[in-house]
Every structure is written in C-alpha cells, then in structure tokens.
Design a protein around this ligand. Sequence first.
Ligand code: SAH
Ligand code: SF4
Length: 382
Amino acid sequence: MNVMRPLDADAAGRTNLSGLSRDELKEALRGIGVPEAQLRMRAQQLWHWIYNRGVTDFDAMTNVSKDMRAALAGACEIRRPEVTVAQISEDGTRKWLIRLDDGNEVEAVFIPEEDRGTLCVSSQVGCTLTCRFCHTGTQRLVRNLTAAEIVGQVLIARDALGEWPSPADGRLLSNIVLMGMGEPLYNFDNVKAAMKIVMDAEGISLSRRRITLSTSGVVPMMQRCGDEIGVNLAVSLHAVRDEVRSRIMPINNKYPLAELLGACASYPGASNARRITFEYAMLKGVNDSLDDAKELVRLLRDYDIPAKVNLIPFNPWPGTEFECSDWETIRAFSEHVFNAGISAPIRMPRGRDIMAACGQLKSASEKARTADLMRAGAGAAT
Ligand code: SAH
Ligand code: SF4
C-alpha cells in the first residue's frame, strides 16, 4: 500500500514539488485540477524537469502548455531548502549548512576526488545514538528528515556544481554516502523514498552501486536495507570486543558484535565484488592495538564476510575525551589487516579545516546553543 503524507505548503499555500515522488507529484497535479487521464503523463513531464534538468521555474518547462504553467505557478513551487552557509575547504571539500523550513539545520558535504565526487548526506537532525567519539552524538535528536529534505541535499549540491541536466558519465557528483548526521536506519522509510528518487533512471539516475548507507549497527533493519533499497552497506564497527564497543557505542548493548556480524554475513547482495565496508576510527589507546587488528581479522574470517576496512584517523572536536592514534600505530594496524588479505586503507581526513570531516558535523545553531549553555554554566560557577 502506498501511504501518502500531506504535501508541504508554503505560507502562500503553495505545494513544494521539490523532492516529491511520482505518486506525490500526481497528487499535487490532481489538486490543481489536472484530469485523471493526464496525470501520469504530466507527472512524468514534471519529473523530468525537476530531477533531470534541475529547473525551479515553471516557465522553463517548454513542453508544458502556458495555461498549465500558470496553474502550476499559482499553486505550486519548486524550492530547495535554504543554504545559509556554503564553505570550501583548502582541499576542495565543500560544506553546506542547510536550513529546513522549520528552522532546523543539517549539513551536507561534497568531497571531490580524482576519479569521483562523493556527496555525504544527512538523514536526521542530530542523532538519538550517543557514540562517544562523534560530535553529532552530543546533539540530541531533533527529528527525522523527510524524503524531500534528503533529496534536497542532492539537488543543492547539483545546483552548486552546475550539474544539470544529469550527465550520462564523467559526473562530478558520482557517489552518495549516507554518512552525515543521524542514523539512516532509524529513518528507514524516508531514506528509502529519497534513494528511490535519487536512483530513478529518468531523473538524477545514480546507480545503487554508487550509494553507500552507513549504519552504527541497527541489526533488525539491515536485511530490509539490502532487500528494499539495495545500496552498499557500511558499518561503523570501531571496536572488536563487546566490552570496548559498548563503552564507546551504546547501541552495542542492544545489538552486540555477534548479532551485528551475523547480519553483515547475510546482507543481501554482499559479495567479493560488493564488499561491506567496516569503518574504524583510530582512537589512541582504546581500539588501536595489534591485538585489536588480529581480532578484527579473525572476526571477519570467522563470519566469512566479504569485507574491506576503512581506517579513519579520529577527527577531534571541541570537548572530546579521545585522541587520534599515532601515525605509526595506524600504519601497523593497516598493514596487519592488509597482510591478512583484507583491504584496509587509511582514509585521509578531508575538510577538517571547515569541520566537515567524519564525526565533526553538528548544526551551527546547536553549536551556538551549547556555547550559550557553557557560558551560562561558567557564569553560574563563578
Ligand atoms: N550514524 C551513521 C552514519 C554516520 S557515518 C553511522 O554511525 O554509521 C559517519 C562515520 O564517521 C561513522 O562511521 C562514524 O562512526 C564515524 N565517526 C564519527 N565520529 C568520528 C570522529 N570524530 N572521527 C572519525 N570518525 C568518526
Ligand atoms: Fe549517531 Fe553515527 Fe554519530 Fe553514532 S556515529 S552518534 S550513530 S551519527
């Protein structure tokens, strides 16, 4: 069954078509009196203009009649969430601070590389989980993003890169990772709806093989992620012993390593050609010993998981209790895993100077609020 949510409208009562599914576009068209027999065709036209051509002005829709364009302009709009700050790092990484219609804020990050460009997308404002090493984890969950707000991040990036219409190949924005703020598997329905729009061959048309969803290990949703969305999976592992993992990632108390790795082993579509990525932030003296590296190899072998490991030098943020492991330690860890036949590259941090690196995202409004609280606290203490 297709459950429709009420369509968003602005102060003037106009429905925002940006980020809507085909069925939702049809509903909007029905709302302005488009005859039933034309709905499919008209929705298809809109779809093409919005997601293939990136237009935001109905007048640009040359194959839509003038009357129809006027009716659309009167009742609808095509509007992205507002970009309040756009930053570019020394290394070319871009970060957008995006204000949603209700005033909440999220961040999206674009990381250009030689042969590809990856957009890191947020799925929630804040996060309910409280991983100790993660800046986002210090911000409590405010709410899930809607599908339109998730797609909106992609549209904003494509606007900034000037990448309309969707190029067949050689794209600047070639990959998406759901690795921004929030736990995507706690917002499954909206993430799924958004990815369906992003993957649609007649629109943005990004292949599911170029999309990676990162989870902290929400075991009950992993199978559905593979079956229903079909994207690549990344798992935030960060420790190989339950005692350590539970300490730094409280979700491990609910879904311990054995359950998590079991779910990884049976992830739909995982194969040697499509490996599961294990993210591992290197935390000095916490998870970075050679014994940890050995245990990691043992676990991945025991569970027979087609795996690669991404070693992420810990990215510091104000107030954190952790430090990044020494370079030599990271290299030794990587080498051990690599020598066991498992790829274990060290991910060079990108965009650290603009706080765009993994685990550094947090809305500026929340930062300001924390700063206020700290000032208030300091005042009270003196
Ligand atoms: N909530 C999801 C998606 C966020 S992905 C998840 O946890 O998987 C962001 C990645 O960066 C995760 O692997 C996360 O564990 C990691 N990370 C968080 N804080 C970090 C930090 N300070 N330094 C390095 N990596 C960090
Ligand atoms: Fe949430 Fe992921 Fe950060 Fe953990 S690492 S607090 S799950 S965003």
